[in-house]
Design a protein around this ligand. Structure first.
Ligand SMILES: [Zn+2]
Length: 242
């Protein structure tokens, strides 16, 4: 009896989600759960590689499906979710998949994805890119070190994102490819995929691998966690990060 495909939820079909989807579509045994409710914008075409000029103004979900199927992906391996990841659907969506890959463009969604993955017990690959710098890292299903270990204390004013700061298309592409690499390693059971934060600097072409340590006082994965459920008011940080 054949094993069912591994389900990967891709949160956000922007500059990071596009290359992640394009690469994972070529991997055998992977089912892509695509989550987005946004439209293709002409100013984003340089980094959102699944879309063409003719897609501007149409929904990203439909345009991405069209591009992936044209590229050879069987339609049955796509599960479209025409929504944002929201406090009222995050747990359910995440619980249905084997892995979450989060390339969201705002901190609220990143924290929400991190919390849902931790609470449900799923691994998650995070990615972000601003200006010349991109980051990618994977958090194990066991959940530590987690996204909040690193970013819980970043003041909102310091969370400058791509909308305000801009981002280099190649940096996003590189970072998305790195996220896809981590995703495939996680799906293959490679434990070495976890525990490191990768940072790519597009001005020096330097890739750094920094060991990520868990923070004992972390609200999500620490010894006395205060986050035990998804509460909407927790996800209001406004800034952007991809
Ligand atoms: Zn943590």
């Amino acid at each position: 009896m054949s094993e069912r495909p591994k389900r990967v939820l891709i949160v956000g079909l922007g500059g990071l989600g596009c290359p992640v989807a394009a690469i994972l579509a070529r991997a055998s045994g992977v089912e892509l759960w695509l989550c987005d409710d946004d439209e293709v914008d002409v100013t984003n075409l340089h980094r959102q590689i699944l879309y063409r000029d003719a897609d501007v103004g149409t929904d990203k979900l439909g345009a991405a499906q069209k591009a992936l199927i044209l590229g050879g992906l069987e339609p049955s391996r796509i599960v479209p979710q025409r929504t944002r990841l929201l406090p009222d659907n995050a747990r359910q969506l995440v619980s249905e998949v084997d892995l979450v890959v989060e390339g969201a463009d705002n901190f609220a969604t990143k924290f929400l994805a991190a919390d849902a993955a931790h609470l449900v017990g799923r691994p998650i690959v995070h990615g972000a890119a601003v200006r010349f710098v991109g980051t990618a890292w994977a958090v194990a299903a066991e959940g530590a070190p987690c996204y909040r270990c690193w970013f819980e204390d970043v003041p909102p004013g310091a969370q400058q994102g791509c909308t305000e700061a801009g981002v280099m298309g190649p940096v996003v592409g590189f970072c998305g490819a790195l996220m896809a690499d981590l995703a495939l390693r996680v799906l293959a059971g490679d434990a070495s995929a976890f525990g490191s934060l990768y940072t790519y600097d597009g001005q020096t072409d330097r890739l750094r691998q920094v060991p990520a340590a868990a923070r004992p006082g972390c609200a999500l994965c620490g010894s006395s966690p205060s986050i035990a459920d998804i509460i909407e008011s927790r996800y209001t940080t406004p800034s952007c990060a991809a």
